[in-house]
Write a protein that binds this ligand. Structure first.
Ligand SMILES: [Zn+2]
Length: 292
């Protein structure tokens, strides 16, 4: 059950209320436009009848005020600049339904495994709740109880919201195509496993069950023709699929798009002159994917 609210925010069976409450308490000043899941301006023209669902997990710079004291405050500005997928909620905000994680990945990273034992980034101090910076120095103090509370409040809630959003698409339209929208720095950060300095412009993340060859081919062809250098599953691999459907239900497709940040922003985190053109390309590409 999905409900629109007067303020343009979105709720999936009420599970977004906790996230919403936090946002209302103090709106993130650096957040692109303070929206929760859905771009208010686009709501009137939103393509609710499209099977495309955009997932943007790393674009927020918001850390709840009461949580900031656990971080090394002196490192936060640099870490937020280095680790945030800046503007991805705006770049992928093209009129399709979007679900975006409303807090910074430094606080909670919803695309990591909940269980550190299963998470390959946990040994780097960057599992679902980061305790290390991208340069591998300490970022934050965190007890196991505190971690669990954050995971229950944010991580579990968002996973539930994403699953419900996918359920709705599948229920109403017979299928769902998840677009997992990310960006990455032009130069590898010290924590990254893949330190190859020769990075592509666009990295496509796939899953052998949920990403069709046609979708990969069309995406590769499209961006290549626009002059971009493409890599598949490098330097980042995989794409988001809710566990309920993972490797079980072919009605759920998914593809990750990771954009090299040099294509659309300056080193100081401001958009560059190519920003609008890139956003237009993404819109064209989504029209193509919608027909896949
Ligand atoms: Zn990301």
């Amino acid at each position: 059950m999905k409900t629109h609210r007067d303020d343009g925010s979105f709720s999936f069976s009420g599970v977004s209320w906790i996230l919403k409450t936090h946002l209302e308490k103090e709106k993130p000043s650096q957040d692109v436009n303070g929206r929760l899941f859905i771009d208010k301006q686009k709501e009137a023209t939103m393509k609710t009848h499209s099977h495309i669902l955009i997932n943007v997990p790393h674009a927020s710079t918001f850390i709840p005020e009461e949580e900031r004291r656990f971080f090394d405050e002196g490192k936060l500005t640099h870490e937020l600049l280095a680790m945030t997928d800046h503007f991805c909620d705006d770049l992928f905000g093209l009129g399709y339904e979007m679900i975006r994680f409303p807090v910074s990945r430094l606080f909670c990273d919803f695309e990591r495994f909940r269980d550190d034992e299963k998470e390959m980034m946990a040994p780097k101090g960057m599992g679902a709740c980061y305790v290390a910076c991208s340069d591998q120095t300490p970022l934050r103090q965190l007890t196991l109880e505190h971690r669990e509370e954050i995971l229950r409040t944010y991580y579990d809630t968002y996973h539930q919201a994403l699953t419900l959003a996918v359920e709705e698409k599948v229920g109403q339209l017979g299928r769902c195509v998840i677009i997992d929208g990310h960006s990455f720095p032009a130069v590898p950060l010290p924590y990254e496993y893949d330190q190859n300095p020769n990075r592509p412009d666009i990295c496509i993340g796939t899953d052998n069950f949920h990403t069709s060859e046609k979708m990969v081919r069309q995406t590769t062809d499209f961006f290549s023709k626009k002059g971009f250098r493409i890599a598949i599953n490098a330097p980042f691999a995989g794409t988001m699929v809710p566990m309920k459907y993972y490797k079980i239900d072919p009605r759920v497709s998914s593809i990750m798009i990771e954009i090299n940040r040099k294509l659309y922003m300056e080193a100081d985190g401001t958009p560059n002159e190519d920003y609008s053109a890139l956003k237009e390309f993404l819109g064209e590409w989504l029209t193509l994917i919608e027909k896949c």
